[in-house]
Design a protein around this ligand. Structure first.
Ligand code: HEC
Ligand code: HEC
Ligand code: HEC
Ligand code: HEC
Ligand code: HEC
Length: 189
């Protein structure tokens, strides 16, 4: 009698329980993968700044604010001075602009929250990619339609390599494009 109960537990209950646990783990693992890779990350920013309004509707060039993008490693986020080129006159009375002006007058850097970030041990350089002709949108999505910037790609090693191995697939608008490097030392220097 005892033996059959034990048999039942070992042969049926135990495998069934393990199966359910593994299934639940796999489900949460894959369901949360996008989030772990940072896709969809869109933090609330200190000023309610809109790319849709400035880069889309007003048509201000990306490089007017992101001045480093063709010159070096980082695209750079603009200082308040650049905003004040316009906002020392435009919409001065609006609450968000009053806030902006306070940062400017106190000489405090705006604490913009960083969205995209590859780890320190990996090397990425904007100018190389942008000067090759790769559009911002290929990597950052339709920024011109975003009220709040949201990360659209994972930026895992696999994501970088997928384009390096087959750039024509992701860059159909470039007639001639070199393959990106795949050797470890290119990105881990
Ligand atoms: C008037 C200035 C201005 C213009 C023009 C502008 N940006 Fe920005 N951009 C900002 C500011 C300020 C931030 C930081 C706040 C935020 O994330 O919204 C930012 C953030 C970003 C980020 C996220 C940075 C991070 O932390 O990872 C990306 C990507 C970006 N901009 C791309 C673009 C692209 C592409 C264009 C052109 C289509 C553009 N921007 C035009 C001011 C500007
Ligand atoms: C080239 C000029 C220009 C620059 C540079 C610029 N803006 Fe603007 N911004 C405008 C104009 C024009 C409007 C009003 C558009 C409208 O309401 O039709 C505006 C509107 C805004 C608003 C909405 C105000 C409201 O409540 O109506 C905010 C917030 C804002 N800008 C923040 C910023 C920040 C932050 C920066 C710097 C990163 C910046 N702007 C740089 C021209 C500019
Ligand atoms: C090949 C893909 C790629 C292209 C093309 C690209 N970016 Fe980026 N961008 C990234 C990655 C990856 C990061 C994170 C970089 C890091 O952590 O060093 C980033 C970060 C940023 C940031 C955050 C600040 C910084 O300097 O790291 C801004 C702003 C930005 N990009 C704007 C732009 C603009 C504007 C363009 C087009 C002119 C552009 N990017 C083109 C991949 C790209
Ligand atoms: C959409 C396509 C695309 C994506 C995404 C992309 N790259 Fe590239 N990358 C290229 C191309 C194309 C080249 C070759 C450019 C050339 O030689 O003209 C390149 C060249 C490079 C180089 C060699 C030039 C240099 O800067 O020393 C490095 C390093 C590099 N990429 C790192 C990265 C990293 C890290 C990522 C991910 C965070 C990444 N790339 C994502 C297309 C891409
Ligand atoms: C095109 C650029 C690129 C190349 C080439 C590259 N890596 Fe990476 N690697 C990255 C980036 C970006 C990350 C960070 C991604 C992340 O956090 O998921 C990374 C992360 C890693 C990590 C940490 C993984 C983790 O999950 O923490 C290891 C280990 C690694 N790379 C080893 C290598 C080796 C070995 C090679 C050569 C066979 C190589 N990489 C080639 C871009 C590259």
């Amino acid at each position: 009698m005892k033996k059959t109960v034990l048999d039942y537990i070992l042969k049926v209950r135990l495998p069934l329980t393990l199966f359910v646990i593994i299934l639940a783990f796999m489900f949460t693992f894959f369901a949360s993968k996008k989030e772990r890779d940072g896709i969809g990350y869109a933090p609330v920013q200190p000023i309610d700044y809109s790319h849709k309004l400035h880069a889309g509707d007003l048509g201000i060039d990306c490089e007017y604010c992101h001045t480093g993008v063709t010159k070096g490693r980082h695209a750079l986020v603009p200082s308040v001075n650049i905003c004040m080129n316009c906002h020392s006159v435009a919409r001065k009375d609006k609450p968000e602009i009053v806030k902006l002006t306070e940062y400017y007058e106190k000489g405090i850097m705006l604490p913009w929250k960083r969205i995209h970030k590859v780890p320190e041990y990996a090397y990425f350089n904007h100018s190389v990619h942008v000067n090759t002709g790769i559009e911002c949108e290929t990597c950052h999505g339709e920024i011109k339609t975003m009220e709040i910037v949201s990360q659209v790609r994972g930026w895992t090693m696999g994501d970088c390599l997928e384009c390096h191995r087959d750039p024509h697939e992701q860059l159909p608008y470039l007639k001639e494009v070199s393959y990106g490097p795949e050797h470890c030392a290119a990105c881990h220097r």
